[in-house]
Design a protein around this ligand. Structure first.
Ligand code: XMP
Length: 478
């Protein structure tokens, strides 16, 4: 009797966004001086603490490109075949780069008609012409447009090509292109072998998106969701993606941990594990798996989650963040924590950071933007976009991400579908969030993410019944 009764006494209190508030503290900087640089995973720095959910109404290539351009990162969903997911990742990687390494070329012996066809197919405006691996010319849309398609490329191409050395900087490349009025610079080594291509569009975009999340080659960064049980997909995607996110609803599961231990050995990129919700779950996982580079935490708080309603199990996002942060503190390990589920406002993002997160993952908010892959509809003259849980009946019909959920719950939906009011381009939503998070940090007296994690104080908001009384109901807990 007492044993079970004690469960009430020993029960932890779980908090989420509506239960706490950031307390104002002495601020030494103005919001515009606040630095939002943080990390997505151990080896992936990002410039703003925003990440998009791997959901099929949230993140495909367009969303991942937009987020990375503005300093965050997108996680491509896995409710598709491995090849389809790979293509989405490649689209992000191809979208911008300083020096393109996989250059589409044409032989000098080919016909002008073939060159035109390749340009049309890949939507590009020019092709370096090669003889073997050596650069011998360049042929552009202008060269092929008024030329007989049956003549050889070597007769229509420009032979006197302006080239760059592999060590060229973006600034030098722009200068060279302006000087010679060209939009493409083939990159050649000392033997004049073609080793890359620089396009004006790519270098110009680099200047436009200075805060973008890029890899060492200047390409936008992107992460990919995978099942822990699909090592082949993980191996395939890891050749292009910057990080893999082990995407299951309940990571603290013997089979999932064992499968992830094997998967980690097969790939070299950062591995983010999740979702986790308790200190115990984090300690078990981190102690058993090598190279964990990120923790995605929060269970059952998402806008389209019905896990907690259906199962009465869950770990609200703020609680899960605090549990994970305390677990890592206990073992003296630093791994970025990604707060996932239920984030609606910039203040919610700031709160997750105050409790130890490095960044927040958003589904609902990004699903409402133009760049999300979800369909749009008009209801009573207003625009809406679809947002659906990956455990919803309709998402399950694709049967690709079924192993996100435990075997016994496969036939019970754990997610739902909603129409979310359309918010327009993600760039303006990001800028609204960035300003809001900075404003929150200004109030909390933090000039950067680490200060918000370490120095901020929060207060607990009294329950609804007590709320109508005075400010005494706000009690500091940190
Ligand atoms: P928001 O609130 O931003 O949350 O839309 C996004 C997160 O919700 C999780 N997710 C689900 N959780 N059933 C669940 O219990 C589902 O069907 C489902 N689909 C997504 C996921 O963690 C996501 O990042």
């Amino acid at each position: 009797m007492v044993k079970f009764q004690r469960k009430f006494e020993e029960a932890e209190i779980v908090y989420n966004f509506d239960d706490v508030i950031l307390l104002p503290r002495l601020s030494k900087v103005e919001p515009k001086e606040i630095d939002l640089k943080t990390k997505f995973s151990s080896n992936i720095p990002i410039n703003i603490p925003l990440v998009s959910s791997p959901m099929d109404t949230v993140t495909e290539a367009e969303m991942a490109i937009a987020l990375a351009r503005h300093g965050g990162i997108g996680v491509i969903h896995r409710n598709c075949s491995a090849d389809e997911e790979l293509e989405l990742i490649k689209t992000v990687k191809r979208s911008e780069s300083f020096i393109i390494k996989e250059v589409i070329t044409i032989s000098k012996e080919a016909k002008v008609g073939e060159a035109a066809e390749i340009m049309r197919k890949y939507k590009i405006s020019g092709l370096p012409v090669v003889e073997g691996s050596k650069l011998v010319g360049i042929i552009t849309g202008r060269d092929v447009r008024f030329t007989d398609p049956s003549i050889k490329v070597s007769e229509a191409m420009t032979k006197d090509v302006v080239v760059a050395e592999p060590s060229i900087t973006p600034e030098e490349a722009i200068e060279l292109m302006k000087k010679h009025k060209v939009e493409k610079l083939p990159v050649v080594d000392k033997e004049r072998r073609l080793v890359g291509l620089i396009t004006y569009k790519d270098v110009a975009l680099r200047g436009e998106y200075r805060e973008a999340t890029r890899d060492d080659e200047g390409r936008l960064r992107v992460a990919a969701a995978v099942s822990p049980f699909d090592i082949e997909r993980a191996k395939l995607l890891s050749k292009y993606a910057d990080a893999l996110v082990i995407d299951v609803a309940h990571f603290h599961n013997e089979n999932v941990i064992e499968a992830t231990k094997k998967l980690v050995k097969e790939v070299e990129v950062d591995i983010v594990i999740g979702n986790l919700g308790t200190k115990e779950g984090v300690l078990d996982s981190v102690s058993r798996i090598d190279r964990v580079a990120g923790l995605r935490v929060g269970m059952g708080s998402g806008s389209v989650c019905i896990t907690t309603e259906v199962t009465r199990a869950g770990a609200p996002t703020l609680f899960a963040v605090a549990q994970a942060a305390d677990a890592l503190e206990e073992i003296g390990v630093r791994i970025p924590i990604i707060a996932d589920g239920g984030v609606r406002t910039p203040g919610d993002v700031a709160l997750t950071i105050a409790f130890g997160a490095s960044c927040a993952m958003l589904g609902y908010i990004f699903a409402s933007c133009k760049e999300s892959p979800s369909p749009m509809t008009i209801i009573n003259g207003r625009y809406f976009k679809l947002h659906r849980g990956m455990g919803s009946q309709s998402a399950r019909q694709k049967r690709m991400a079924l192993d996100r959920y435990a075997t016994f719950s496969k036939e019970i939906p754990e997610g739902t579908e909603i129409w979310v009011p359309y918010r327009g381009e993600v760039a303006s939503v990001i800028s609204e969030f960035v300003s809001g998070v900075k404003a929150a940090m200004g109030y909390a007296g933090a000039s950067n993410i680490v200060e918000l994690q370490e120095r901020s104080k929060v207060a607990r908001i009294a329950s609804r019944k007590e709320k109508s009384t005075t400010s005494q109901n706000i009690e500091p807990i940190k």
